[in-house]
Design a protein around this ligand. Structure first.
Ligand code: NAI
Ligand code: OAA
Length: 286
């Protein structure tokens, strides 16, 4: 075959099944690893993890190893693995470090650390870069549901949205919650934060991405109210939405199982990322 090949790309794209997506993961913690495992089960022949970006001097044992899987601490090396789409699941600082370059490289970006967009300047910059590159930032619903209703209610006179997150004290450990409540001695549920989605997402970057998701879908980061609760009686990550619009109201409660590797994170988050990835290639999107 007379095909000019970029020396950085070992794979001939014309030889792939048409729907095959080559995924670059940024971050390989609870979500990154789970997404890899789910793709191995649910996306054989349609999507594959081709590269994983980890922090310098970190090491991982990938869920599956094949000779073409690239594990690197350099974005350039990741992108040279013939990546079609990048999935960020590493944290707000990784969004700062890599998101612009991913979009400038002409790739769509699945952004899991959605709370990073609570920084207005960062949000504007990323929207601008995506538009300039003709690419999209895809924000999975993550640990929450009902985002479709909230998005639809925007044009139906959405007037009020409250998001409430209830997790075990363990899930709030190592966060600013420790300054607001004595997590270790709690005997009943404590609402330790009330404020806007913007404040919540900025102050609790590892626990309030959903607050930003609900806000970005609906009333925005400053008009969406948030309550954060530490509850010694729960083993779940409970997410509630109460919303009012001229088109009707919504009351939703999700009792999420925490990820065994990270109690701050709900198991469903990785499944939602899988769904986002698979939707890019399906004939019918629901
Ligand atoms: N949208 C949503 O519904 C949810 C979003 N999240 C967010 O997703 C992100 C990932 O969550 P988890 O996997 O549970 O966290 P985790 O702490 O288990 O894993 C994060 C991984 O990213 C790696 N990492 C950090 N900075 C990096 C960098 N610059 N380059 C490469 N790797 C880097 C860390 O070493 C770690 O292995 C967090 O920001 C979390 O807050 C979590 C749950 C729900
Ligand atoms: O996974 C969850 O339960 C929600 C979460 O951590 C977040 O919103 O950042």
């Amino acid at each position: 075959m007379n095909m000019k090949q970029d020396p950085g790309h070992e794979i001939d794209p014309t030889q792939r099944p048409p729907q095959m997506q080559r995924i670059g993961l940024i971050g390989y913690g609870a979500i990154g690893r789970a997404v890899h495992e789910l793709l191995l089960i649910h996306a054989t022949g349609t999507a594959t993890v081709a590269g994983i970006l980890i922090p310098p001097s970190a090491s991982i044992e990938p869920a599956a190893q094949n000779e073409s899987l690239v594990v690197t601490d350099r974005l350039e090396t990741l992108l040279a693995a013939d990546i079609d789409i990048v999935v960020e699941c590493a944290g707000h600082s990784a969004v700062d470090a890599y998101a612009v370059d991913v979009l400038r490289a002409g790739l769509d970006l699945v952004l899991v650390s959605i709370g990073a967009l609570a920084d207005a300047e960062r949000e504007q910059r990323l929207r601008h870069e995506a538009t300039a590159a003709g690419r999209q930032m895809l924000l999975p619903s993550g640990a929450i549901g009902g985002i479709d209703w909230i998005g639809a209610a925007r044009s139906a006179g959405l007037s009020e949205v409250l998001y409430r997150s209830r997790k075990s004290p363990l899930a709030w450990s190592g966060t600013d919650a420790e300054q607001l409540v004595d997590l270790a001695s709690l005997t009943s549920a404590a609402i330790f934060f009330r404020g806007t989605a913007r404040e919540a997402a900025i102050r609790f970057p590892r626990n309030a991405n959903v607050a930003a998701t609900v806000a970005l879908a609906g009333l925005g980061l400053d008009a969406t109210q948030v309550e954060l609760i530490a509850d010694p009686a729960t083993r779940h990550n409970v997410h509630e939405i109460e919303a009012d619009s001229a088109g009707g109201s919504m009351s939703a409660r999700i009792k999420g199982m925490p990820d065994p590797g990270n109690p701050k994170t709900s198991l469903m988050t990785a499944h939602s990322v899988l769904r986002t990835i698979l939707h890019r290639r399906t004939a019918m999107v629901i």
